[in-house]
Design a protein around this ligand. Structure first.
Ligand code: TRP
Length: 338
């Protein structure tokens, strides 16, 4: 049998998961498991690059693990980054194969360092924030990933990963690392229902994201108050961003029959927005309640699930250790040969 291609992706342990995260990324992870060998990380080392609280970090890491399993990620594909410390070791080695100039020009670094200048009173920007993409390169290359499902915002980090792999390969005089490709699957771009001109995001504030594990009434309320037409009447006949977003959510939730029949109404000019909203709310609430139920079951066996993830992390770690062993040998480190 032909070996399946290796897929690697990772998510920060923010603790929350909104429908933008779910439809835009995590649902795709679940799907990819059918076709590829997948490894998915909850990257707690990355979460230290901005000011954080240790207790909260550990809580959020487990919270994210439980949520990922609840929506269908298989536990044996999941690992916690800090349980595989070789990521940090490989990151150090890669630091020495990374251009400082290129790092300092990364868009995400510039955005996040501006954010912390605005927020924090002490102007603290950690070296870890600058180094973030190198750790990401280590996450990817340590498992020899062929494909990395990510959003467009991560394209630059993937490019850097390829640059590092190339530079390492040149240094050691062989094609040791495969150059990973981003996997830009067509995924729904979910927008904020309160302001459809921006994408759904937690950082924009409470009303700009809908929690996948949130309470039913809140989900209904948020959809009920979704912005549809923004003030001025439409003269150009184009669908408003808000309506588009609601249709997009119905599609993402795989309610195609409802989607098509309501779209028909829209085209005939007979669509009542409240019907569209109710349909979207029903679909999201349905998904949400099955995920919440699953999470409750997992929490009832909290200890077992945690042990399972520790075991899968230890198992995944073996691959990481093997890569690092070979890298060190090639890089002139350690006494592998003597
Ligand atoms: N930087 C990614 C994000 O913000 C998270 C991440 C860390 C990641 N390491 C990774 C994504 C490796 C893909 C592969 O979304």
């Amino acid at each position: 049998m032909e070996k399946r291609k290796q897929v690697l992706s990772a998510i920060q342990p923010t603790g929350y998961m909104h429908f933008g995260n779910y439809f835009g990324a995590v649902k795709n992870w679940v799907r990819l498991q059918e076709e590829y060998d997948c490894i998915y990380g909850v990257v707690d080392y990355h979460a230290m690059t901005m000011p954080y609280k240790p207790k909260k970090l550990r809580e959020n890491t487990w919270e994210m693990i439980f949520k990922l399993i609840a929506v269908g990620v298989k536990p044996d594909t999941l690992f916690i980054q800090s349980l595989v410390p070789e990521h940090a070791e490989l990151c150090w080695i890669f630091n020495c194969f990374t251009s400082y100039g290129q790092l300092s020009r990364m868009t995400q670094f510039k955005d996040k360092s501006n954010q912390s200048k605005e927020k924090a009173d002490d102007n603290f920007i950690s070296a870890g924030l600058l180094d973030y993409p190198v750790l990401q390169a280590a996450d990817i290359l340590i498992y020899r990933a062929d494909y990395v499902p990510v959003g467009k915002d991560q394209e630059q980090h993937l490019e850097l990963t390829r640059n590092i792999a190339q530079r390492f390969n040149n240094q050691v005089g062989k094609e040791f690392f495969v150059l990973p490709e981003p996997l830009f699957t067509e995924v729904p771009k979910v927008r904020s229902t309160a302001d459809p001109s921006r994408k759904m995001s937690k950082s924009a504030g409470e009303k700009h994201y809908i929690d996948v594990f949130g309470d039913e009434n809140r989900i209904r309320k948020q959809i009920r108050s979704a912005v549809t037409d923004t003030g001025e009447s439409k003269t150009d006949g184009e669908m408003s961003e808000g309506i588009k977003n609601l249709f997009e959510l119905l599609k993402a939730a795989e309610q195609m029959d409802t989607h098509n029949s309501l779209m028909n109404d829209y085209n005939n000019g007979t669509l009542k927005y409240v019907e569209l909203k109710d349909a979207v709310a029903d679909a999201l609430v349905d998904l949400s309640s099955s995920f919440r139920e699953r999470k409750q079951e997992l929490l009832a066996n909290k200890k077992e699930v945690k042990n399972q993830i520790k075991a899968s992390s230890a198992n995944i770690r073996k691959q990481a250790q093997e890569t690092v062993r070979q890298v060190k040998e090639l890089a002139g480190l350690g006494n592998v040969r003597y």
